[in-house]
Design a protein around this ligand. Structure first.
Ligand code: BTN
Length: 269
């Protein structure tokens, strides 16, 4: 590592000014989960575009009821409140659009060429670098609020991951062997997210999907899908379709459409 501690002037500036290029920022030293708080604030009418950032989370949440480890000060843990002008059927596309934005943001800010695992994981050398938890609330008028929660391991040392994650998690600083200013990384990622959400609003999901497929970590690989009812189905990944749903083909040739559930990449291909 080139320096013993990360030098993060832009991150310090965001913390002190609580502003990021004019965007409303709510900063927490410690919070249970930025997503939980964002959903609560959204219910009270918080402005679209509000960003909640935490130095650490005591109950960071991941998909499928999992927890998200948030070692203090090392990673980016944030949630964005959005009120997209999209039909409810298109909301699942947001996770893919944000995944693409995250992948491109990390590549631009840090030079790390990560891959995407449907629906929401960013992988580097098969280890998890980041995850996205998108949660939706429909208000009494039927208008959706989408909270986009992102956990990205930026300056997280290997020693900060619990033993059970040691072989499954990584960080940008482990991958690049240097520290990064989290403020710079966050700024670049937010630009990319705004860009992709605008493409989505302009009916350009086809282009987003084409880009997403370029970085698909699992296309053509054998996966095991653990369905929401706990059944295991193995098949070759055919990638996401025009609605953003994943398809796999099992050994009998039958296709399965995946809306949710857990996916593991089989070790033996
Ligand atoms: C996953 O990989 O399953 C999604 C992880 C999402 C973690 C982020 S950290 C910020 C935001 N707040 C949360 O409680 N979760 C998301």
């Amino acid at each position: 590592m080139t320096s013993l501690r990360p030098n993060e002037p832009i991150w310090q500036q965001i913390i002190q000014t609580r502003r990021l290029e004019g965007r409303p920022i709510i900063l927490f030293d410690t919070i249970d989960s930025t997503n939980s708080r964002a959903l609560a604030l959204a219910g009270k009418g918080a402005e679209s575009g509000t960003i909640l950032i935490a130095q650490t989370q005591s109950k960071g949440r991941g998909r499928l009821g999992r927890s998200w480890q948030s070692p203090r000060g090392t990673g980016l843990y944030f949630s964005i409140i959005t009120r997209p002008q999209l039909p409810p059927a298109d909301l699942s596309k947001i996770t893919l659009a944000v995944g693409l934005a995250l992948r491109n943001g990390v590549a631009k800010a840090c030079g790390i060429k990560a891959l995407l695992k449907w629906p929401n994981d960013l992988l580097f050398e098969q280890k998890k670098l980041a995850g996205i938890l998108t949660e939706t609330n429909i208000d009494i008028e039927g208008k959706p609020t989408v909270v986009i929660g992102i956990g990205l391991n930026v300056n997280t040392p290997a020693t900060a991951f619990p033993a059970e994650l040691a072989n499954h998690a990584t960080s940008i600083c482990i991958a690049a062997d240097r520290y990064f200013d989290k403020g710079v990384v966050l700024t670049v990622i937010l630009h990319e997210i705004e860009r992709e959400i605008e493409r989505l609003a302009n009916n350009e999901f086809k282009g987003i999907l084409d880009d997403w497929r370029t970085y698909d970590a699992t296309y053509g690989k054998w996966l095991t899908w653990i369905t929401p009812r706990g059944k295991k189905i193995s098949g070759i990944s055919l990638g996401p379709d025009e609605d953003g749903l994943l398809h796999i083909r099992d050994a009998t040739g039958a296709s399965h459409t995946i809306l949710s559930g857990d996916l593991k990449i089989n070790r033996k291909q």
